[in-house]
Write a protein that binds this ligand. Structure first.
Ligand SMILES: Nc1nc2c(ncn2[C@@H]2O[C@H](COP(=O)(O)OP(=O)(O)OP(=O)(O)O)[C@@H](O)[C@H]2O)c(=O)[nH]1
Ligand SMILES: [Mg+2]
Length: 164
């Protein structure tokens, strides 16, 4: 049977959701900022280490400015994983992180949520890591959609996680 999973990119405006999506699916990047309206969906075939092939259906949603509760429920329903993206250069984009994760956990109990800090090319990795830790900001990975740093590894690990 065909293995297929829905993965949803979430997070504040301009954090790089679309850029990560384009980098992973098409290996492209643009400096130009075009706000996403609604959602765009693309499929990416991922080869798993055990030989199976996963059809990852990735939903790139429009950003939210306040709380994640503003996100349409239809984007979230039926998901197998959430990727919560924030911009490590803008504190405001992770100011609601903990409440947002609690909201997802409460309403989508069985769906894992991974937290990604993006735009790693703009900061010093050691400094930002200790800053986030000192603020108790939980994150799974730091990436740069621009340089491609950690992007492929992040999605490969996610693919393994959701097909265990
Ligand atoms: N330097 C740098 N810029 C980035 C990176 N990722 C995205 N950007 C830039 O940040 C801006 C916003 O990126 P988008 O990918 O459109 O952000 P988004 O989260 O999809 O925004 P919305 O759709 O409005 O929610 C664009 O100008 C991108 O070029 C990154 O890793 N490094
Ligand atoms: Mg977007």
């Amino acid at each position: 049977m065909k293995l297929s999973k829905k993965v949803v990119l979430l997070g504040h405006f301009g954090v790089g959701k679309t850029s990560l999506f384009r980098r992973f699916v098409d290996n492209e990047f643009s400096e130009e900022y075009k706000v996403t309206l609604g959602v765009q969906i693309k499929k990416k075939l991922v080869q798993l280490p055990d030989g199976r092939e996963l059809s990852m259906i990735i939903w790139d949603t429009e950003g939210h400015s306040d709380s994640i509760e503003d996100t349409r429920k239809s984007y979230l329903l039926g998901s197998h994983a959430f990727i919560y993206v924030f911009d490590i250069t803008r504190e405001q984009t992770y100011s609601t992180l903990k409440q947002d994760l609690e909201y997802l956990e409460k309403h989508y109990t069985k769906v894992p949520a991974k937290v990604l800090g993006n735009k790693l090319d703009l900061v010093n990795e050691k400094e930002i890591t200790s800053h986030l830790k000192s603020q108790n900001i939980p994150f799974d990975c730091l990436t740069s959609a621009k340089t491609n740093k950690n992007v492929q590894d992040f999605f490969s690990d996610l693919a393994k996680d959701i097909t265990k």
